[in-house]
Design a protein around this ligand. Structure first.
Ligand code: SF4
Length: 376
């Protein structure tokens, strides 16, 4: 079992908080699509013929692709890889492109899950973020997707934004209940180092992120999810039963994946490799027949740390027996001793074989995992 990620590195404009690699100019669009096709051929054996259970078009803004471009990429994927008949095929998209026609075409092409970048239902917040759509267009996009036959729709939201107080955030959460969605992802505003917001904060043109507000709004979020029967299955992800993202869940389980396109990362179960972080170098590498820009083999300590980091962010948590068989009984004992001594009891639960963070503990997941990291 394996997954494929395809990075479409184009956006119509840059959002203020965004740290993902994308460019506004589409002058190299055809070149990138041709290179993606070549990369599929070049790396067709990377996953060793494992059946592909998930395909994910991310970016950037994949919904900037024309239907025939999506069709060509899907046809190439099917030609080079054994895509399972029931594969989850997700496309990220922005509301302004998700017209009724576009949604219907994507559905007819076999895309069966949409992840829509809504971010907020409040226009002043959207304007601050530099989004190109209004709240109303976002709601219409979700309804267009549902009307086109998408039964697996996710939306993204961002909280902890100083332009929106707790009361407004509570109102926005209530909007979710009225939408035909099965999943949502909510992220605390994080000014990535290469984002415009980061520079604004550095130059005093925007207030730093209010951590206390973010903590309160996370609490509102988890209360909302509980009251409305969304399972909080990972720090930032919430789903109706049966609608967890299969693609992201596979990352957290350590399933191998192939990443295609500029900046895309791949993992074959033991080593990680990644493509060049800009389009020009990516095109050059592919033209030279190079299958990545850099590669690293994970040492056992790195694999252990990564397992802690990824698994403790999920509500399923860590299987302690599996951890002991993979990394040794001593690691298991040390981890339990650390939890007993350093982690507040209300932040985790321990049953015979499973160590899980509670809802309150998930907010501290990265710190809890980071403090348990080993060096060798
Ligand atoms: S948030 Fe999405 S649409 Fe905005 S710049 Fe980043 S990748 Fe592009």
């Amino acid at each position: 079992m394996a997954g494929i990620y395809i990075h479409i590195p184009f956006c119509a404009s840059k959002c203020v908080y965004c740290g993902f690699y994308s460019v506004v100019s589409t002058s190299q669009r055809d070149a990138v699509l041709t290179a993606l096709k070549q990369e599929m051929e070049l790396r067709r054996d990377y996953l060793g013929g494992a059946p592909i259970h998930t395909i994910y078009f991310g970016g950037g803004t994949p919904t900037l692709l024309a239907p025939d471009e999506v069709a060509a990429l899907l046809a190439d994927l099917h030609r080079h890889f054994p895509v399972a008949p029931d594969a989850e095929i997700t496309m990220e998209g922005n509301p302004e492109q998700l017209t009724p026609d576009y949604c219907q075409t994507l559905r007819a092409l076999g895309v069966n899950r949409l992840s829509i970048g809504v971010q907020s239902f409040h226009d002043p917040v959207l304007q601050f973020m530099g989004r190109r759509h209004t709240a109303r267009e976002a709601i219409e996009a979700v309804h267009n997707a549902a009307a086109a036959g998408f039964h697996n729709i996710s939306i993204d939201l961002i909280y902890g934004v100083s332009e929106r107080d707790d009361r407004r955030w509570a109102d926005e959460l209530q909007r979710l209940a009225t939408l035909p969605i099965q999943h949502f992802s909510a992220y605390a505003l994080t000014p990535e180092e290469n984002s415009l917001l980061y520079k604004q904060i550095q130059h005093g043109r925007h207030a730093p992120v209010d951590e206390e507000m973010a903590t309160r709004q996370y609490q509102q979020l988890t209360d909302y999810a509980r009251e409305h029967s969304f399972e909080h299955y990972e720090v930032s992800n919430f789903a109706r039963p049966g609608f967890h993202s299969r693609h992201n869940s596979a990352y957290w389980d350590g399933t191998p994946y192939l990443g295609l396109g500029p900046t895309a990362h791949s993992f074959d179960g033991k080593s990680r490799q990644w493509n060049a972080g800009n389009i020009a170098q990516y095109l050059h590498d592919i033209a030279e027949g190079q299958d990545c820009a850099e590669r690293e083999t994970l040492a056992p300590a790195d694999q252990y740390n990564e397992t802690l980091l990824l698994r403790l962010r999920t509500r399923d948590g860590l299987d302690l027996q599996a951890l002991a068989s993979e990394f040794g009984e001593q690691r298991r004992k040390e981890l339990l001793a650390y939890f007993e001594k350093e982690v507040p009891q209300e932040h985790y639960t321990l049953t015979k074989n499973r160590l899980c963070l509670t809802e309150a503990g998930l907010w501290f997941a990265d710190g809890i995992a980071g403090n348990a990291f080993v060096e060798s």
